[in-house]
Design a protein around this ligand. Sequence first.
Ligand SMILES: *Cc1c(COP(=O)(O)O)cnc(C)c1O
Length: 808
Amino acid sequence: MTYATTHSGTTPGDFGRELLSNLYYQRGTTLESASAQDAYHSLALTVRNRLVDRYIRTAAAHYQENPRFIYYLSAEYMLGRQLDQNLLYSGTQECAHSALAALGLSGDELDALDVEPGLGNGGLGRLAACLLDAMATQDIPAVGYGIRYDYGIFQQEFQDGAQVEHPDDWTFYGNPWEFHASDDQQKVGFYGHTEALDGVRRKWVPGEIVLGEPSHMLVPGYGTTTVNIIRLWKARASPQSFNLSHFGAGQYGEAVEEIVRSENISKVLYPDDSTELGRELRLKQQHFLVTCALRDIVRRFRLCNSDWDHFADKVVIQLNDTHPVMAIAELMRMLVDEEGLDWDRAWSITRRTFAYTCHTLLPEALETWPVELMRRLLPRHLEIIFLINHLFLQEVADRYPGDDAKLRELSIIAEGAEQRVRMAHLAVVGSSAVNGVAELHSRLLAATTLHGFANLWPGRFHNVTNGVSPRRFVRLANPRLAELITERLGDGGWLTDLDQLSRLEPAAADPEFRRRWREVKRLNREDLAEQTLATTGVVLDPDALCDVMIKRFHEYKRQLLRVLHVVTLYHRIRRGEVADVVPRSIVFGGKAAPGYYVAKRIMKLANRVAEVVNADPAVSPYLKMVFLPDYNVSRAQLIIPAADLSEQISLAGKEASGTSNMKLALNGALTIGTLDGANVEIRDRVGGENFFLFGLDTAEVAALRGRGYRPRDHYERDAELREVVDAVAGWDGELADDLMHRDEYLTLADFRAYVDCQDRVARAWRDPEDWTRMSILNTARSGFFSADRTVRDYCRDIWHVTPVYVPR
Ligand SMILES: *Cc1c(COP(=O)(O)O)cnc(C)c1O
């Protein structure tokens, strides 16, 4: 193995020379004539080159060691910007800074050209990115597999307060972080029919073949040599698809019809993370991803192994929600039909290989596919799923003799007017481990959604509480705070061992440390105010309490409850009841699925309220409200460091975990929240006295629904609420009407508790010393929420994988 070491110079001079060389040889230009894109691409390549050597060493160590690998399958990744990450992880931040200055280039200007790959919707995709980061940081051999969408999550703009979606052509100017491997293509079949071979073996004759073309991006570990990769697949039509004779006859549309049909598969990310879509193209995407990934996994397995019975010893496939669950049927098809293994042996290998993470409790988000659609699109896979189900139901029948209801409950196929395949059931049956993403969520999963399975196989169910990357969400997002923490703790070791934050606890009692903590927050709020002014024209007061709610718009998350409180404050201020009001900046961020009608109305209402509040000179000294458009990872990195208050106010029992709650607590924001998702664990750790708890818990929600919930009663009983709902009626009668008569997410039931709790927040804010003490304690006690701990939990309970240390 030969290593090139020419790209590892450690001085600004070396860095600058390499940058100029990239400018010259990769962009074909010179510093004098370079465009901003030329300079940006050359900078990116200079940084990337410094990770390549580590990547080659990692691959070599893995080849030598032949370890057990984690293959993470996810339809979504929210990687965040690569430039800031790779500068930090390659240890070239300072060197690059000086080199750019010496060349007369503006680092900030080039940084602004680094486009974040928005290949995900929200929490689920960001979790995938945080786990890849943590796996590399802990030297776990891992590959992430995903789809290289041409268009990522839409860009959000507001017109008259309403969300307008623009396509996200994220590689318009090219993507310097990506390595293409067009000679490593895989063939993916669709449609067609099956033919008998011998026994259960059959041959699938697809009616259409699409090519999957891989590219990869580097996933460096922090503070270690390991560089893993994420492999993304793009759909390509075969060259024969171009119809030359149509083109020659001037029929340009017809000439490319087949190409367009094939390549549409990876054209766009589905911009919905909360409801099941059931579109043929989406199922095509899923099958495309898992086929490409599995073929690649088998290719990699065969580099060092030959015996199928060792497959599950070398390969763990982690399914991030149900989107990649077709992999279970596809692996069975490969083993039985193509490799000729008998069914039981193939099933044992398959079951041992897969593990499944469930991300929801919402029934409307549980994915199912019409049997007839699957029969047409993937006929052999459907046959295999039916056989898996048949054998599984025999097992159930043995266990619960004569219990037809049990069979119907657990069956992979839902019967009804239209038969459907339940992907979560297939996932549980075909995996050796199933996990929820926070303690409460895992408990509710086993008690409700997957209750029957948890009874059948209790040992298969686990909890792995989510976590976030402290590199991304503290060090990169909040360099000032990171520096202060490092100074106090003596070194930066906490960034890979986040429990060390507990050593900050004594500092909460140190007035000088508190002063500096406040200074960091204040500077971060100034940065946010500056960006807010530039993007929205709204002036924020950097001394005001920065109160943030940043997440996808969904009714269960209850942005509407947040708006009701803002209107409450507005009314109080208008009436001159300002004795108990503290100045606040209300910050919103989040996108709504384009077809999610109610979420979009709530968003429009929020913008309307912001307009009214900000335009009122009597109110402005106390209250400002801004909705920052196009919430994404970069925006999160801007908002989170400035936040004092973290709004985590979902209806109890609806949020699986949440991760912005963790990011915010780590950055010293205090949480106002319900007992939902990981809020429960955050509160347990930071202490109830440092957390603003309000609202119904899951048992009370169930009890209230059992009694028959009547939102109107709350309206009639509470004069302040009445005033607020009446005001909402003036802006959006439909929303107000729904609140009064349906209120599916019990907004009115939690209103009074929420508003009173916000009053407690205001009182606490008036004592800056005590607030700062609580803020420091939130950070000091949130070390548990590192994605490193999440990965350690997966390794211990589910993956049973050990690190491979890569020599320097
Ligand atoms: C962390 C994160 C999320 C998840 O937020 P929740 O409040 O946990 O739903 C969504 N989007 C982005 C860009 C994030 O960084």
